[in-house]
Design a binder for this molecule. Structure first.
Ligand code: ZN
Length: 250
């Protein structure tokens, strides 16, 4: 199945979609071949997952595929890197990850969901660094060179930590979307670190949503129970299915 022709065909399909939908969102595509003519592992793994799009693919399966092409791999990490560092919408099985639960991806498995959207939690830091100084500066100016959360002014003593000098950073409004200019609020190093991708903020730095479900675990027990009731009430059918699935787990 994975002839040279097939691999090239699939790579070109991926590349076409990447140029149309993903390139401008900072998603990275590896070249198909290295200078010495051998395939890059990133491209091969992506092609394999694409040929099996929306299917659960185990780490072993990918390893065997690579071995059949003559690549000796001990611990295949490409699939994980492709999502976390390159931005491809590949789910790696991990307990407690809402994406995995949504698509039933177990530990040790991967699934490519689409080649039209980046991975939802893809933090495109490199792109943010590349933002032209003018635009980031303009954005800071728009906010009076102050942290949107605590009001501390850039390069002056921090209001909350008076012994420290405020450094404005590019805070993520919605951590599930790329860090583009319209998704940035200026936050000082203290306020930016504190939120740790748990929330979605509006333009004024107010919290509008939780973006990391694990945050609820920090709440008091009665709040957790109330949250559970609320969610179960909202969709009792889903709740029953989740409960069944949980019971099946060892
Ligand atoms: Zn602050």
């Amino acid at each position: 199945m994975f002839t040279e022709k097939f691999i090239l065909e699939k790579y070109n399909e991926i590349k076409e979609s990447w140029e149309k939908y993903l390139k401008n969102k900072g998603v990275k595509l590896s070249s198909l071949k290295k200078k010495n003519g051998s395939y890059t592992l990133n491209a091969l793994v992506l092609i394999y997952l694409y040929a099996n799009i929306k299917k659960n693919i185990s780490k072993e399966e990918i390893t065997v595929f690579l071995q059949n092409l003559g690549y000796q791999i001990n611990d295949m990490q490409q699939a994980r890197h492709l999502s976390q560092q390159y931005g491809w919408y590949i789910i790696s099985g991990q307990r407690g990850d809402s994406e995995c639960e949504k698509y039933n991806v177990e530990s040790g498995e991967y699934m490519l969901i689409t080649i039209k959207e980046p991975y939802p939690k893809f933090n495109d830091k490199r792109r943010a660094e590349k933002l032209s100084t003018n635009s980031w500066n303009d954005l800071k100016k728009h906010y009076g060179n102050r942290c949107v959360s605590c009001g501390s002014e850039d390069k002056k003593n921090n209001l909350l930590y008076p012994n420290s000098i405020t450094r404005l950073q590019q805070g993520h409004k919605d951590p599930r979307k790329p860090l583009t200019l319209d998704n940035i609020i200026p936050q000082c190093q203290f306020c930016n670190g504190a939120s740790k991708n748990s929330f979605v903020f509006d333009n004024k730095g107010k919290i509008v949503k939780i973006s990391d479900p694990k945050f609820i675990l920090k709440s008091d027990e009665n709040i957790k129970i109330d949250m559970l009731k609320l969610l179960m009430k909202e969709n009792i059918e889903k709740a029953e299915k989740i409960l069944e699935d949980l019971k099946k787990q060892p």
